[in-house]
Ligand binder design. Structure first.
Ligand SMILES: Nc1ncnc2c1ncn2[C@@H]1O[C@H](COP(=O)(O)OP(=O)(O)OP(=O)(O)O)[C@@H](O)[C@H]1O
Length: 259
């Protein structure tokens, strides 16, 4: 089932902020095609871990390798080019740009570092604006957003903005997609649709997906494996049923719903 060579290998990674070990001695392996959850109580270090994977923070200890290549000290735009894309806990769209331009920005982030300013210039691998538009509309169609392509991103309802963020991340052609609470603020119907969509794009684009999510039943329902962080350390990892019954996880979530 699992390939023997991990797509992502995180070895004893950690980072300190002053006296606080926000992430400490974390080991994670993701294999091609997996859909894996990263859970943990508030302040456990989940978003910091994503920031380490994407070059926003440089680890103070340990190594991160994508397809065997060490990513240490690579800036975020280079890591995106190498195949790691993400969404953010708090939506970070270019709110004044149109929906389609928000997707096209992803192509430019592949071509060069100057993102917002370069929206109307052409990266080398597209022969023209028309081809770029067509490709962007293909992505928007997958997320049922094509009819809003000329709307400013800020005018979309919240759930659609969240979907647009994923469309943009996907347009950067990732191997590994990191989703930081993609269903936050969505109603149960939108959440279910989103999870189906994530399952669909994973297959369609041969993605590996690492998903931070607070909704336990959702994580347990869609993820094949789950890592659990608490106070910056991994306290458990395994299949959903193993995680659900793990005493350390239950203790970390004391008072919260685990299943
Ligand atoms: N840039 C920073 N400087 C100082 N402390 C930070 C910084 N970024 C994160 N932290 C701290 O690191 C710890 C982990 O934060 P992080 O946001 O990664 O947790 P989280 O698991 O994503 O939490 P939540 O579920 O609430 O989003 C927290 O104590 C946070 O205050």
């Amino acid at each position: 089932m699992e390939a023997t060579i991990p797509l992502l290998k995180v070895d004893s990674v950690g980072i300190r902020f002053g006296g606080l070990k926000a992430v400490s001695d974390v080991n994670v392996e993701l294999f091609p095609g997996e859909l894996v959850g990263l859970i943990g109580p508030n302040g456990a270090g989940k978003t910091t871990f994503f920031n380490l994977l994407t070059g926003v923070y440089v680890p103070t200890e340990g190594t991160i390798a994508l397809n065997g290549e060490n990513l240490k000290k690579q800036p975020p735009y280079k890591i995106t080019r190498k195949g790691i894309s993400r969404t953010f806990q708090n939506i970070r769209l270019f709110s004044e740009l149109s929906v389609i331009d928000n997707v096209k920005v992803a192509y430019h982030s592949l071509a060069k570092h100057r993102i917002a300013s370069s929206v109307f210039r052409l990266p080398g691998h597209f022969s023209g604006e028309k081809e770029m538009d067509e490709k962007a509309i293909e992505f928007l169609k997958i997320f049922n957003l094509d009819q809003y392509k000329d709307e400013k991103a800020k005018n979309l309802p919240y759930g659609q903005q969240r979907r647009l963020e994923i469309a943009r991340a996907l347009a950067a052609n990732p191997k590994l997609l990191l989703l930081d609470e993609p269903a936050a603020g969505m109603n149960p119907h939108e959440t279910k649709e989103l999870m189906n969509l994530i399952a669909f794009i994973r297959k369609e684009f041969n993605l590996t997906v690492l998903l931070i999510e607070h909704d336990m039943s959702l994580v347990m329902g869609v993820c094949e494996r789950i890592y659990v962080l608490d106070h910056g350390q991994l306290i458990a990892h395994g299949k959903p049923e193993e995680i659900r019954n793990d005493p350390k996880v239950i203790e970390a979530y004391l008072g919260e719903e685990v299943s």
